[in-house]
Design a protein around this ligand. Structure first.
Ligand code: AHM
Ligand code: MG
Length: 334
C-alpha cells in the first residue's frame, strides 16, 4: 500500500501521470475534503447539516453545508497559483481568480461541492465531484467562458470524494481509476486500489422510479426489462437509489450496475449538470471500462454551450447502457 500525505508529490514515482501542478491541485481538493469530512462528523457542528433557506442558481434550496463547502473550496483555490478560475454548482458565474492566477494559472476546475444535498440532514452518503481542464486561452491573458465550455473528452483529471461510512477519493488522470481511503487518525489518504474496473456483469439499476409516469417510453420499457427475470442473473435486477449520485455511481462501479437520470416532465433536459456532475463521472466510467451516454450519444463528446447545462444521463456497465440505448432508440426518446 502506498501512503500519501496531503502532497501527492511526495510519492511522485508511484503516480507518474500526476504532474507537480496537478499534485498541488489534488492536494487542495484533499484539504477541502478533509475539512468537510471533519465538519460533518462532529456533533458540535450539527447545525451545519440544516437548510440555509436560500436558493442557488438552480432554484434549489441550499443546505448550510452546500454554502460552507462551496466557500471553503473557493477560498482554498483562491490562495493558489495554478488555478485560473472555478465554476461551481452553487455559483451563477465563473469565479475568476485575481492577480497572477487568472492570467498565468494553467488549469480551470469545475465543482459540485456537495452532491446529494437532500441527504445531508439524514446522514446518508454525500460527495464532492471535481473536473479539471487545461485552459485553452493563452497564458498571460484572463481566462474566458470558453475555457470551461470544453467537451468532457478534454478533461485531464476528474474524480470525487465520497463521505460515507469511510471517506474515499476516487480519481483518474486518464490512466485508470485509483481509489484512496482516508485515515482520520493520521490525516492521510492511502492508496487502496489501482485500475478499478466495472465487473463484467451487472445486476443493479438506479433510477428515481417515483418519476416513472413522466419518463420517456424507452426508459419505461427499459425499467420493465430490468424488472423481468434476467437470463444472466436468473432473477430481476436489483433496484438501488439513494438520491446521492456519487454514492449510487460508486456502488454500481464496484458491484456492477447502471445509474439513470432521464429527461422528465419536471426536468425536460434531465436534472444533472453536464459540466461538473456528468462529465467527471463519465470520464471515470470510461476509465473503468463502462459507458456514459445521454441516451443517444457519448456524454464526453457533447460540446457545452452554457455553464449550468443539464443533460439526461445513463452511466454504468457498457452492456447495460447499450441495452438502455436500444430501448430508447426503438421507442423514441420522448
Ligand atoms: P445535488 O447536486 O443538488 O445534490 O443534485 C443532484 C442529485 C443527485 O445526487 C441525485 O442522484 C439526484 O439529484 C436526485 O434527484 P431526485 O431527488 O430527483 O431523484
Ligand atoms: Mg450534484
Amino acid at each position: 500500500m502506498q501512503i500519501l500525505n496531503n502532497l501527492f508529490f511526495e510519492s511522485q514515482q508511484d503516480f507518474p501521470y500526476l504532474t507537480k501542478e496537478l499534485n498541488e491541485i489534488f492536494s487542495d481538493i484533499i484539504l477541502g475534503g478533509k475539512i468537510i469530512r471533519y465538519k460533518i462528523s462532529k456533533p458540535k457542528f450539527i447545525n451545519i447539516l440544516a437548510s440555509s433557506n436560500k436558493k442557488n442558481i438552480q432554484n434549489e434550496i441550499q443546505m448550510k453545508l452546500d454554502q460552507y463547502a462551496n466557500k471553503k473550496f473557493i477560498d482554498i483555490f483562491k490562495s493558489k497559483k495554478n488555478i485560473a478560475g472555478i465554476v461551481s454548482e452553487e455559483e451563477k458565474e465563473i469565479i475568476f481568480l485575481e492577480g497572477d492566477s487568472a492570467k498565468k494559472g494553467k488549469y480551470v476546475i469545475l465543482l459540485d461541492p456537495i452532491d446529494g444535498s437532500s441527504n445531508i440532514d439524514v446522514n446518508v452518503s454525500i460527495g464532492t465531484i471535481f473536473s479539471i481542464y487545461q485552459r485553452i486561452t493563452p497564458i498571460g491573458v484572463p481566462i474566458t467562458e470558453a475555457d470551461f465550455l470544453q467537451p468532457g473528452n478534454k478533461q485531464i483529471a476528474a474524480g470525487y470524494i465520497l463521505y460515507g461510512p469511510s471517506t474515499v477519493l476516487i480519481y483518474s488522470t486518464g490512466y485508470g481509476i485509483n481509489k484512496l481511503i482516508y485515515d482520520s487518525t493520521l490525516g492521510i489518504f492511502s492508496l487502496l486500489k489501482e485500475k478499478i474496473m466495472y465487473p463484467s456483469k451487472g445486476k443493479i439499476y438506479s433510477i428515481n422510479e417515483g418519476d416513472y409516469n413522466s419518463f420517456p417510453v424507452g426508459v419505461k420499457k427499459y425499467i420493465k426489462f430490468c424488472q423481468e427475470q434476467n437470463k444472466e442473473t436468473n432473477r430481476p435486477y436489483t433496484a438501488r437509489y439513494t438520491g446521492s449520485f456519487v454514492a449510487d455511481f460508486h456502488r454500481n462501479l464496484l458491484k456492477g450496475g447502471i445509474y439513470i437520470y432521464p429527461n422528465t416532465t419536471k426536468y425536460p433536459n434531465g436534472k444533472l449538470r453536464l459540466l461538473y456532475e456528468c462529465n467527471p463521472i463519465a470520464f471515470l466510467a470510461e476509465q473503468g471500462g463502462g459507458k456514459a451516454s445521454d441516451g443517444n450519444k457519448r456524454i464526453l463528446d457533447i460540446i457545452p454551450n452554457k455553464l449550468h447545462q443539464r443533460t439526461p444521463f445513463f452511466v454504468g456497465i457498457k452492456t447495460m447502457v447499450d441495452k438502455a440505448e436500444l430501448f430508447i432508440n426503438k421507442h423514441c426518446y420522448m
